[in-house]
Write a protein that binds this ligand. Structure first.
Ligand code: PRP
Ligand code: GUN
Ligand code: MG
Length: 160
């Protein structure tokens, strides 16, 4: 179980993806993007727009059941990307680095880039935007919804 949570809003995610795209401009041009589904798809779409890249392939790796990690299983390969030459792989984050390591093995010539990196996964990614502590669980905008919180002075809040 994570010690704390870091909530990322749509605005923040968009800013971070644009910042990653700006760094990638100096590493390209790229023939295409490989998005690691599902978390890499929205960052990949934002980056594809910025880099004017129309070829988007996907690779699907199933690792986590909620916050619990299991064995990594590739259920769809990125066939259009060959050995990865000229491609950039995009994911939302690296945590243990298991997903990234597996995908890098399959696409050894691709650049790997993600928005957020925890210390254990950091050495496996070529590029990232923000470092997050290892014991923090990142909550993406697609994981969350705005919620009513009663005011502190509310009569329905139990007083200690
Ligand atoms: O570095 P790791 O420890 O491997 O963790 C990182 C991976 O975990 C999450 O994906 P998840 O497997 O939860 O699937 P999803 O993208 O479909 O949500 C995240 O999107 C990364 O792909
Ligand atoms: N949403 C989310 N998925 C993950 N998969 C591995 N680590 C994380 C995390 O911090 N947040
Ligand atoms: Mg993922």
């Amino acid at each position: 179980m994570a010690k704390s949570y870091a909530t990322v809003t749509w605005d923040q995610l968009h800013r971070d993806a644009r910042q990653l795209a700006s760094t990638l401009m100096n590493r390209g041009p790229f023939k295409g993007i490989v998005a690691i589904t599902r978390g890499g798809m929205i960052p990949a779409a934002i980056i594809a727009r910025e880099l004017d890249c129309r070829l988007i392939e996907t690779i699907s790796v199933v690792t986590y059941d909620e916050e619990k990690m299991g064995e990594a299983n590739v259920i769809k390969n990125a066939e259009a990307a060959g050995d990865g030459e000229g491609f950039v792989i995009i994911d939302d984050l690296v945590d243990s680095g298991v997903t990234a390591q597996l995908v890098r093995k399959l696409l050894p010539k691709a650049v790997f880039a993600c928005l957020y990196a925890k210390p254990a996964g950091r050495p496996i990614t070529d590029l990232f935007v923000v470092e997050v502590p290892q014991d923090t669980w990142v909550l993406f905008p697609w994981d969350t919804a705005p919620l009513f919180i009663p005011p502190l002075a509310s009569k329905s809040v139990e007083k200690a």
